[in-house]
Design a protein around this ligand. Structure first.
Ligand code: ATP
Ligand code: MG
Length: 604
């Protein structure tokens, strides 16, 4: 029986990983606020997804940051759906987002909110602005409105409707709400400054007419608040203290603050911007990811190549690896692109701890051990983990006919190819030393079978005479093997930054999925459940696919190979630093010697 993977699906409690996490400028702001007593030591954050797509790993950074800070400072984090645009939002996304946040290990308890919960309140606040003479109904068309806003360095012009009286504005706004006007015919705008250098302050729109059914409020409303108006006020209504968002909203902060200055709200949250996560060889944007799905580049939002949380999960990436990755990436004020090998490194680190080792042959080549008795079967007791005896062992059957990896044999192999060739001896993991004696080919000259002999004295894999072999290979007994399909994934895009060119889809990696249909895995995997993660020795980490796998038709996804590009980069960096240090020392010594020589010369 295969063991179950150890569970590591809850985010760490305070005092565990969270307290050890590196500090950053947002933590410093919170610490300073706590010291000055700004919010009476309260820390309240929120994660505010718009339910118009599935979450991706960029969102994970925001989730880990918001929920993580709340946990670290003994505060709270709300989950708030920013559902102010009924035309693009769907219940399917709401449910998927909740499942994803939970899967990442975070819990909003009872604090689940929707911006649409505040539609009545937001309407009241807008009426309040009209009453103060700080908002007006504008009848300009969208095009006229855009023109009137001017451009960077060029002031806008006042709308001819800017000086409408309060009564007229109240009447028109009420009639907008009552559905008397067509979509696009009128908007409610804040009255700020059409010459403001910051374009966001040039009488921004607060409400637009949208005769669309909303997934929660049905047809109650035909006017909807804009992001800027709804977002900040939702923060204030929920008594958020630190409202974290990505850098593109930096220019919106003056507007965020203008609303707080001009509305009668009790709490005053502070907006703080941080750099988005960008990852090499992929795109992180719901709109673009949706295009990948609708244009059939991938099989769906949960295609294991997608950087979505559903995709990463299906691929077998543990939530803990994503949390560790987000921690390492850190929180900065300047955008950059994170190397995807850092994510792969975090995945390997986690899976190395939790994955039982088993044997699976991806591209099988038959081996007949001619001196092994025809009907004999032996069982070897094999540990699931090299350094974790607590993970237990399983019995692996060995017989006369085996599969090995096709790539582990080469005819007339060069000396440095340590694996199998005619006349060479190798170790079969946990079993015996075998020597290849002959190669059998089909009419086309393709190798279809190897003939080998085994040394019965090497049971367990060691020779009593102490002779050494260079290679240890994995294998599966043919009569006991389970057939399986294995899906190998590569990067979604060939280009490091797909957005750099004219057509971001042009660098889609058409070879990003390779399906192997004739794989053979050891029989202990018969009971492996969907999602179960293993290491196929020498190959990588794999998991049982949660969608297509069935007990009689096993399907495995390769989560990540064993090759650790990041570790290599790190090693190279370290070596580089070491050699630089050495060179410096060398130069210093040279200089010293030179000086000595000179001194000698001079004293002569
Ligand atoms: P996208 O561009 O993919 O549609 P979005 O920002 O429009 O993303 P939202 O649902 O509005 O998506 O985002 C919810 C939260 O996640 C926001 O606070 C947003 O700033 C944050 N977020 C989105 N993308 C990233 C990212 N790449 N890195 C960090 N945080 C992100
Ligand atoms: Mg958005």
């Amino acid at each position: 029986m295969a063991p179950s993977n150890p569970k590591n699906d809850k985010a760490p409690e305070i005092g565990e990983e969270a307290a050890g996490a590196p500090t950053h400028f947002i933590k410093e702001i919170i610490e300073a606020d706590n010291t000055s007593g700004k919010h009476d030591g309260r820390v309240a954050t929120r994660f505010p997804p718009e339910p118009n797509g599935y979450l991706h790993i960029g969102h994970a950074k925001s989730i880990c940051l918001n929920f993580g800070l709340a946990a670290e400072f003994g505060g709270t984090c709300n989950l708030r759906f920013d559902d102010t645009n009924p035309s693009k939002e769907e219940v399917e996304y709401v449910n998927a987002i909740m499942a994803d946040v939970r899967w990442l290990g975070y819990d909003w308890d009872h604090r689940l909110y929707y911006s649409s919960d505040y539609f009545d309140k937001l309407y009241e606040l807008a009426v309040g602005l009209i009453n103060k003479g700080k908002a007006y109904v504008c009848d300009l068309s969208a095009e006229e409105g855009r023109k009137g806003r001017g451009a960077f360095g060029k002031p806008g012009t006042n709308s001819p409707f800017r000086d409408r009286g309060v009564e007229e504005n109240l009447d028109l706004f009420g009639r907008m709400r009552a559905g008397e006007f067509d979509e696009g015919s009128r908007v409610l705008r804040a009255k700020i400054d059409m010459a403001a250098p910051n374009m966001n302050l040039r009488d921004p729109t607060l409400y637009r007419i949208l005769k669309a059914e909303h997934h929660r409020t049905g047809d109650k409303w035909c006017i909807y608040p804009t992001y800027d108006f709804a977002h900040g006020q939702s923060d204030a209504l929920e008594a958020i203290t630190h409202s974290l968002c990505t850098l593109e909203f930096e220019n919106h902060r003056p507007l965020y603050d203008w609303f707080l200055d001009n509305l009668d709200v009790e709490h005053r949250p502070r907006q703080i911007e941080f750099a988005k996560l960008n990852l090499s060889y992929t795109v992180l944007s719901k709109r673009r990811l949706l295009e990948m799905v609708t244009d059939d580049f991938v099989s769906g939002w949960d295609d294991p190549r997608m950087p979505t949380l559903v995709g990463l999960r299906r691929r077998g990436i543990p939530a803990a690896a994503i949390r560790n990755f987000c921690d390492r990436v850190g929180v900065a004020k300047r955008e950059g692109v994170v190397d995807i090998t850092l994510l792969e490194h975090a995945i390997r680190e986690e899976l190395n701890e939790t994955s039982p080792r088993v044997m699976g042959v991806l591209r099988p080549l038959k081996v007949v051990i001619e001196n092994y008795p025809e009907d004999q079967v032996e069982e070897f007791d094999c540990p699931y983990h090299p350094v974790k005896p607590e993970m237990g062992t399983r019995k692996v059957p060995f017989s006369r006919v085996l599969y090995i990896e096709r790539g582990d044999f080469m005819e007339n192999a060069p000396k440095k190819f340590y694996r199998l060739d005619v006349g060479r001896e190798v170790r079969l993991r946990y079993a015996y030393l075998i020597t290849c004696t002959d190669v059998i080919k089909d009419e086309a000259g393709e190798i279809i079978e190897l003939r080998c002999s085994y040394d019965p004295d090497t049971r367990g894999g060691n020779a009593p005479d102490g002779r050494k072999v260079k290679s240890t290979m994995h294998w599966v007994s043919v009569p006991h093997a389970l057939g399986a399909q294995v899906r190998l994934y590569d990067r979604l895009f060939g280009a490091q930054n797909p957005l750099e060119g004219d057509d971001w889809k042009a660098s889609f990696n058409a070879d990003s999925l390779e399906v192997l249909t004739d794989c053979a895995v050891e029989p202990s995997l018969a009971s492996a459940e969907a999602g179960f993660q293993v290491q196929f020795e020498r190959q990588g980490y794999f998991c049982v696919d949660t969608v297509d796998s069935a007990p009689d038709k096993l399907v495995f996804n390769r989560t990540v190979s064993l090759r650790d590009a990041w570790a290599k980069i790190q090693k190279a960096q370290q070596q580089n630093q070491a050699s630089q240090k050495k060179n410096k020392q060398k130069n210093k010594n040279k200089q010293k010697n030179k000086n000595k020589q000179q001194n000698k010369q001079e004293s002569k």
